[in-house]
Design a protein around this ligand. Structure first.
Ligand code: AMP
Length: 304
């Protein structure tokens, strides 16, 4: 019998090869759903929907279990695991994707465990919009749906993406994606344009410059926690979004005020994630550390 998670996350689960100015790491645990579930699990029971190949190391599955992620929706299929590689410039806000191999994700058609279908919270993390839609179609009546995407899908699957956007409550994209999607050059103009496409809320992620929420109550800004050293920014957006959805699921109700609160947790958990490569820092992170950094960020932001 599968336990009903309050949050379901679909997205990529894979092996990343990442090069930063300080190091290169091959075949480390990555994927949007991996980061998002790991972050969400600090706050609420999260179930992962995705697929890995026969080459996916058992120790990575053990990492998810240790973090309390429910894996009833994670399939193992014959073939190769999703792989992505990217390189960061000295200014780590700038990243180039070197390759994306969908592998087992190319023809993955998720069949959701029955217990997942009634989950109140759904996060459609970055993966093909057609796949995100298939998961959304299988949900009974989710109370709150958030979606994320990436330049690859904006370029190759724009019509499906625009159809999906109409059906979500919150769309989160990064700065360049917001402009790419809308053709606008100002962030605020891009967010306003996206609001007209369906979602009630838009969050634009701005890397080390934090994030911006636009909703019925207007604009809200959350800074990124300032760090002396960032080792690997990969997955920061997914970690931010996962923690945000985990917090919302834990709060049970959704209001703009709760979303604002949850964004602060998103920012804090993401700031831990980038301190080390892959999910290494998240694996030994504690709630006490999260709360302490949240308090510290809150003190930094108090305007005189
Ligand atoms: P972020 O740094 O938040 O953009 O997320 C990076 C993560 O997304 C990496 O762990 C990759 O494995 C994963 N990823 C990269 N490209 C894609 C894609 N086109 N679809 C799904 N996941 C991807």
């Amino acid at each position: 019998m599968v336990r009903a998670p309050s949050l379901v996350v679909v997205g990529s689960v894979g092996l990343d090869t990442v090069e930063t100015p300080s190091a290169r790491r091959a075949d480390q645990l990555g994927g949007s759903a991996s980061y998002a579930c790991a972050a969400a699990a600090f706050f609420a029971p999260a179930g992962m929907v995705g697929v890995v190949g026969a080459d996916f190391p058992a120790r990575f599955t053990a990492h998810f279990r240790r973090m309390g992620v429910d894996l009833a929706g994670l399939r193992r299929a014959p073939g190769k695991t999703f792989r992505w590689s990217g390189v960061y410039e000295r200014d780590m806000n700038r990243r180039r994707t070197l390759s994306t191999e969908l592998n087992v994700f190319a023809d993955f058609s998720p069949e959701m465990p029955a217990a997942y279908r009634s989950a109140p919270f759904l996060f459609l993390a970055n993966i093909a919009p057609s796949l995100q839609m298939r998961v959304l179609d299988q949900m009974a009546a989710p109370r709150f749906v958030m979606a994320d995407t990436m330049d690859l899908w904006i370029e190759t699957a724009r019509p499906e993406l625009m159809r999906l956007i109409r059906r979500v409550d919150l769309l989160t994209v990064n700065e360049s994606e917001a402009c790419h999607l809308t053709g606008k050059t100002s962030l605020v103009a891009a967010a306003s344009e996206l609001l007209r496409r369906g979602p009630r809320y838009i969050i634009v992620k701005k890397g080390e410059h934090g994030s911006l929420l636009m909703g019925p109550d207007g604009l809200f800004l959350v800074p990124a926690f300032p760090l002396e050293t960032v080792r690997d920014p990969t997955g920061a957006g997914d970690t931010f979004a996962g923690a945000l959805m985990g917090r919302l699921a834990a709060a049970r109700r959704v209001s703009e005020k709760e979303i604002r609160r949850a964004m602060v947790y998103g920012s804090v958990v993401a700031s831990f994630g980038v301190e080390e490569f892959s999910l290494t820092r998240l694996l030994r992170l504690t709630l006490a550390e999260i709360e302490a950094r949240r308090d510290s960020l809150s003190r930094m932001c108090r305007l005189p």
